[in-house]
Design a protein around this ligand. Sequence first.
Ligand SMILES: [Zn+2]
Length: 139
Amino acid sequence: MKLKSHVLASIIFSTLFFVIFKSWKISVYSFLSGVLIDCDHIFDYCWGHRRRFRLKEFFDVYHNNKALLFITVFHSWELLALLSICAFLMSWDPWIVGVTIGFAQHIVLDQIFNKAGRLTYFFFWRMKNGFDMKKICQN
Ligand SMILES: [Zn+2]
């Protein structure tokens, strides 16, 4: 999903969770993590293309499917599971609950709207495929 769509979805979800939980912390952290999770694409872009960050080229790469690597550490079901365990161990502290909700909604929406394969958002599966975008997108 594109950045604009994630911002819109995060506004909707964080507003919804504010109504449900009456917690600004959950709402704000949910919004921030729901949008900022995409920052891991910056690392993939710089590492994959072996160059410094250039905003215009970065968006060209991702909007036109020219990315070479698919490391995206934050886009992983494994990290979501780890965050959920941390939220439980931290007695559902509002900030970690908000971060976990933001991560969850982002990954679910990416999984659906990016028409990704069922294993695409598993970090260890991507690692097994050398984080190679071509190999990962074939499956
Ligand atoms: Zn994403």
